[in-house]
Design a protein around this ligand. Structure first.
Ligand SMILES: Nc1ncnc2c1ncn2[C@@H]1O[C@H](COP(=O)(O)OP(=O)(O)OP(=O)(O)O)[C@@H](O)[C@H]1O
Ligand SMILES: Nc1ncnc2c1ncn2[C@@H]1O[C@H](COP(=O)(O)OP(=O)(O)OP(=O)(O)O)[C@@H](O)[C@H]1O
Ligand SMILES: [Mg+2]
Ligand SMILES: [Mg+2]
Lengths: 165, 172, 165, 172
C-alpha cells in the first residue's frame, strides 16, 4: 500500500543518511524518489558524496566505496525492518583494512537484535566473530566442518588447506 | 528467533551429514576456495523455500543433490534441516491445521533424484506454502536483504531505478 | 574469416586445457563450439572440472574457482595472441592465499613477453612486483603518486591512509 | 612495445599533473579504497581511444575531467599522455600522411569542458582514427583481454555463449 511504502522509504532514507556518514566518516548521501507525485510507480535514485569529494554519479565511485555505500543501504533496511538473522557472504572482498574495520564496527551495532553469520577470507573480519566454523575438503569433493581456534585464524589457509593435489 | 542448528546431508558438496550449531552474536565461516562455505548459505536459502535453481547457482533443482566425487558415488537425496530458537513464540507452526506452539521449531526439506520433494515442520509433513506462511511477518520472509550472496553486495547500487523499487516493495 | 577464427579457437582451446590444469593443480577443462557445423555463428560453451570433483555446470563453481577458471581463459588468449602489456585490476579479490600464489606463479610465465601492471590489496601479489606505485589522497579528493618500498607493503594501508577525516 | 611513462593531468581524481614511469616485468599499484588506482586504468583506456563513457564508469565523457574537491575548483581540461618504447619499430606513427619512425612513441588525448577533443601522436595533431589504426595488429587493439577491469575477471565465464563468441571474434 502507498502508506506502507512511504513509511518504509522514509525510515530507510533517514537511516541511510546516518549510516553512510558513519561508514565513510563524513560526507553525505541520500535516496530520492524519481517521481514524487507517483509514489506507487516511482523509481529510486541514490546519491552519495564521500567526505572531501564533490557530488558525482555513483557509477564513478571506486570498488571499495561502492561496497561501503551498499552496506550502508543494506543496514538501513535492517534498522527499519529488523531481521532475526543476517548472512553475509564475502561482502568485504573489495575493502581495504581501514574500511573492513569500519564495516566490522557497524556490525557490532546490530548484534543485539540480529544474529550474524559471515563468510570471509579477511583475518580482521574473522577476529570479530564469537565463534569460527572451518569448512574444508580433506577428502576431495566432500565438504566437512572442523573446529577452528582464533589463534589458528592467521594461518587459516594452511590449517584448512584441502588434501594436497 | 535465532538459528540454533543447521544439518545438511547430501546437499551439494556436503555428501556426509554435517551439523553447524550457531550461537548468538557473530559467527564466521572460514576456509579455502571451493570448500563449501557458500554452499552453507545455499542450504539455508533452500530449506527456507528457495524455488529458483538459478538463485542457488544451478541450472535445475536436482543440481543441489550431491552428485559424486572422484572417490564417492552420488547421493540419492539432498536434505537440510534448520532449527530455530522459538522461545519468544514468534513462529507459529501448524500441523494438520492445528496450532502447535513450541520452544524450538525445526524445518526440513528433502529432494530425491526422482524429483520428489518433502517438507517437514517439527517432523510433521508440511507443504512448501506452510513454511512460507510461517515465516511471513517475521522479518525473515524478505530475505532480499537478510541474505547477501557472494558478489551481490553492490546489487542495490547497480540495479536500475525500477529494480530498486521492487526491492523496497518486497521489504515494505 | 572462418579460417582465422578456427585457428584462434584451436590455439586458445589447447592453452585452456593446459593452463586450467596448471592453475588448479589437476582436473580437466575445455571449450566447445555449440554448433560445430556452423563455425561462423556458433556460440561457445565452457566445461570445467576441478581435481577430485565431478563434472557439473560452471555456474556451481565457487567464487574463487570461477576466478581461477577465468584467469586460465584470459591467459589462454594471451598465449595465443600475445599482447605487449596487460592491466589486471584486483583480479585476486576472491582468491585465498594458495590460489593467489598459483595465479602469481602463472604471471611469472608470461613476463618475458608481456609487461604487467596489476592493482591489488593482497600482500602476496605485491611481493611479486619489481616495483610498487602507491596511490593515495593526502589532500582529500586529489590523487597523488608516492613511492612505496617493499618493506612498507605490509603496512601499506597505514603508509598510504588518506588524510584523517 | 612496452609502456614507458603515463602522464595524467586533470583526469578524474588526478587534479595535478602526475607521472608514472613503468619498467619491464611486473608493476603493482597499491593504495586505500577510493584513492585513484582504477582511475589509472581508466586513463590508459581513455588515451588509447576508449569512446564509451560507461566503460569508464561515467555517464558522459565530460565525467573524466577533474570536477573539483571540497578544497579545489574543477579543471577545465583532462589530459593523458602515454609513452611507448618503440625500439622494435612495431608502431608506425604517421604525421600528415608521412611515416615517422621513432624510438619512442607518445600518444596524447585532451578533452575540454567545451566538449572539444584533441589527439596528438608524437606531439603532432592527429585524429582518433590515426591512433586506432596505429595500434591495429600490434596485439593491443583487442584490449578485450589485455585490460581486465575491477570486478570483470569472470566476465567471460558469465557471458552468454553468443557474447563469448563476440569476444573470440574480436581477438581473432
Ligand atoms: N551437487 C553438487 N555435488 C557436489 N559438489 C557440488 C555440488 N554443487 C556444487 N558443488 C561444488 O561445491 C563447490 C563450491 O562450493 P562453495 O561455493 O561453497 O565454495 P566456497 O567455500 O564458498 O569457496 P570460495 O571461497 O571460492 O567462494 C564447487 O567446487 C562445486 O563444484
Ligand atoms: N571527474 C572526477 N573528478 C574528481 N574525482 C573523480 C572523478 N571521477 C571519479 N573520481 C573519484 O575517483 C574515486 C575513485 O577512484 P578509483 O576507482 O581509482 O579508486 P581505487 O583506488 O581503485 O579504489 P578501490 O580500491 O576501492 O577500487 C572516486 O572517489 C571518485 O569519486
Ligand atoms: Mg563462496
Ligand atoms: Mg579500484
Amino acid at each position: 500500500s502507498r502508506q506502507r511504502f512511504v513509511e518504509t522509504f522514509t525510515a530507510v532514507r533517514e537511516n541511510f543518511q546516518t549510516l553512510f556518514r558513519k561508514l565513510f566518516g563524513g560526507g553525505k548521501a541520500d535516496i530520492l524518489l524519481t517521481d514524487p507525485d507517483d509514489v506507487l510507480e516511482s523509481g529510486i535514485e541514490i546519491v552519495a558524496r564521500p567526505p572531501g569529494k564533490e557530488l558525482r554519479s555513483i557509477s564513478l565511485l571506486s570498488g571499495g566505496e561502492k561496497t561501503m555505500a551498499a552496506l550502508a543501504m543494506i543496514f538501513s533496511f535492517f534498522r527499519a525492518k529488523p531481521s532475526p538473522f543476517c548472512l553475509l557472504d564475502e561482502v568485504d572482498a573489495a575493502l581495504d583494512e581501514a574500511n573492513t574495520e569500519r564495516y566490522n564496527a557497524l556490525v557490532g551495532e546490530f548484534i543485539a537484535d540480529t544474529q550474524f553469520i559471515m563468510i570471509s577470507h579477511a583475518k580482521r573480519t574473522m577476529s570479530i566473530a564469537n565463534v569460527l566454523y572451518g569448512v574444508t575438503m580433506q577428502e576431495r569433493g566432500v565438504s566437512k566442518r572442523i573446529s577452528v581456534r582464533f589463534e589458528e585464524a592467521d594461518k587459516i589457509d594452511e590449517v584448512l588447506e584441502p588434501v594436497a593435489m | 528467533m535465532k538459528l540454533k542448528k543447521l544439518i545438511v546431508a547430501g546437499f551439494k558438496s556436503f555428501a556426509d551429514r554435517t551439523e553447524f550449531e550457531f550461537d548468538d552474536g557473530v559467527s564466521c565461516i572460514v576456509g579455502p576456495n571451493g570448500c563449501g562455505k557458500s554452499n552453507v548459505v545455499d542450504a539455508i536459502k533452500w530449506v527456507l523455500g528457495e524455488q529458483s535453481a538459478k538463485s542457488l547457482r544451478g541450472s535445475e533443482m536436482l543440481d543441489v543433490i550431491f552428485n559424486g566425487s572422484s572417490a564417492r558415488k552420488q547421493s540419492g537425496m539432498a536434505m537440510v534441516t534448520l532449527e530455530f530458537d522459538n522461545s519468544e513464540g514468534i513462529l507459529q507452526p501448524t500441523a494438520n491445521g492445528q496450532m502447535q506452539p513450541s520452544e524450538t521449531v525445526s524445518v526440513t526439506r528433502r529432494l530425491y533424484r526422482s524429483g520428489q520433494s518433502e517438507y517437514l515442520i517439527n517432523k510433521n509433513p508440511a507443504r512448501l506454502r506452510d513454511i512460507k506462511e510461517m515465516f511471513l511477518d517475521t522479518g525473515m520472509g524478505a530475505s532480499a536483504y537478510s541474505i547477501i550472496e557472494q558478489g551481490r553486495v553492490s546489487q542495490f547500487l547497480q540495479a536500475s531505478q525500477e529494480e530498486r523499487r521492487a526491492f523496497f516493495d518486497e521489504a515494505a
